[in-house]
Design a protein around this ligand. Structure first.
Ligand code: ZN
Length: 414
């Protein structure tokens, strides 16, 4: 898939250090492995409808900042992202609105691309839609079945069988164990499975948590003729195949919003490990969910704030970035309508601060050191913002260096 034009990133003097990151799977701050000096990052992409709300933007901004931290540390990055362009919610929305699902997906992918470009986000090198890899995904499902990690479940509304992943079998016989990524108890896993696209109640499955690998063709649903029959892939195996295809196994970070920890990232890792004997990623990093009007921003509730609407209303992309970066990426927080104005004032104050004549200006080199130390500490953007507030309030000895540092590390244009 076509991506978008990358933002300008100025060169800074000296070098930062590789960031310590919180790994959900271990519950610790770690330096995830950087194979052959390249930080390999996979971030789960959108299902193309209702894009791009501020919750999405917060997640993609988190991994944009992560890449900026690696690059400043002299580490090359390779970034892959998927598009879940065939999935139940997309098909339901297309049906409800009487629009062809492909047209809806195309329109929303275009909008997402435009939002990411306007927000100055680093584009992925590998931007892969599920519909571009149906055969590869089907082959992986066939392989899982040959390895004994997948089984058929009869259907009463399709000609073929659906195929499910054998959670207990894989947890027993492969290198993956249930809970490797999501440190949750079984009761919570069952609840999250039901809430997030799973079907723990379906009869005929060996285990309630077993996720769908392949859905046999139903009337009125898109389907493909493949090596495992006519149908379409399940959600987790898509990302598993696309991630490994783009980055290989055991890459640096698998990322996404915290609602992806279970079941999505747990089973993406399970499929990859069952197929290859190698863990999917070294670390699993998750951005907190954003609320609005008292509830998590969600499509079902409809309490979404769209990036495109803010931008079309005249918001400065740098102000939107600052509004989001005021929160640590792992925190769960609420967006208030006044937040944009607060961020706009901060941006204005920084811009004024750059021109401030001071008898005792702050040394820009020292500010850069502080920024580097904060970004290396699990991407602590609130500390970075506070550092800049203080320095620009007094005035700095090298405004050019500060402007470059703010653009390179935070993507904020002063
Ligand atoms: Zn994914």
């Amino acid at each position: 898939m076509r991506t978008w034009t990358p933002p300008e990133i100025p060169e800074l003097p000296g070098q930062g250090v590789a960031p310590k990151l919180f790994n959900t799977a271990t519950g610790r701050l770690e330096h995830p492995a950087i194979p052959e000096g390249k930080a390999l990052l996979y971030v789960c992409g959108i299902t193309p409808y209702d894009a791009t709300h501020l919750g999405h933007a917060f997640t993609y901004l988190t991994f944009d900042i992560m890449q900026r931290a690696w690059r400043d540390a002299g580490i090359e990055t390779v970034y892959a992202q998927n598009i879940t362009d065939v999935d139940d919610p997309l098909l339901e929305r297309a049906n409800d609105t009487g629009v062809d699902w492909r047209a809806l997906a195309d329109e929303q992918i275009g909008l997402f691309r435009s939002d990411m470009f306007r927000m100055g986000m680093l584009p992925p090198e590998h931007y892969v839609a599920v519909t571009e890899q149906i055969d590869e995904i089907a082959d992986a499902v066939r392989e899982l079945r040959e390895l004994g990690y997948a089984y058929s479940v009869p259907t009463d509304d399709a000609e073929g069988d659906d195929i499910y992943f054998d959670t207990e079998g894989a947890s027993r016989d492969s290198e993956w164990r249930l809970g490797d990524v999501a440190p949750y108890d079984r009761e919570l896993m069952l609840r999250l499975s039901a809430e997030r696209g799973g079907d723990p109640e379906r009869t005929g499955k060996r285990g309630a948590l077993d996720p769908l690998l392949w859905r046999a063709a139903r009337a009125g649903e898109p389907s493909w003729e493949t090596s495992v029959g006519v149908g379409r892939p399940g959600w987790h195996v898509e990302c598993s195949v696309i991630a490994r295809g783009a980055l290989g196994g055991a890459f640096t970070v698998q990322g996404g919003g915290s609602d992806l920890v279970f079941p999505h990232h747990e089973f993406t890792a399970a499929h990859a490990t069952a197929l290859s004997g190698t863990p999917l990623a070294h670390a699993y990093c998750h951005a907190g969910l954003v609320s609005y009007q008292g509830h998590k921003m969600s499509k079902s509730r409809g309490n979404l704030v769209f990036v495109s609407r803010l931008l079309d209303g005249g918001a400065d992309p740098s102000a939107i970035r600052l509004g989001l970066l005021a929160h640590h990426y792992r925190s769960e927080w609420e967006w208030y309508d006044g937040d944009l104005e607060t961020a706009r004032r901060r941006l204005e104050a920084w811009r004024e601060g750059l021109t401030r004549q001071s008898d005792e200006p702050v040394a820009a080199a020292a500010v850069l050191r502080q920024l580097r130390s904060a970004i290396a500490n699990d991407l602590d953007t609130p500390v970075m913002l506070a550092t800049l507030d203080a320095a620009l309030d007094r005035g700095v000895d090298s405004p050019g260096l500060i402007a470059d540092a703010v653009l390179a590390l935070l993507g904020v244009q002063l």
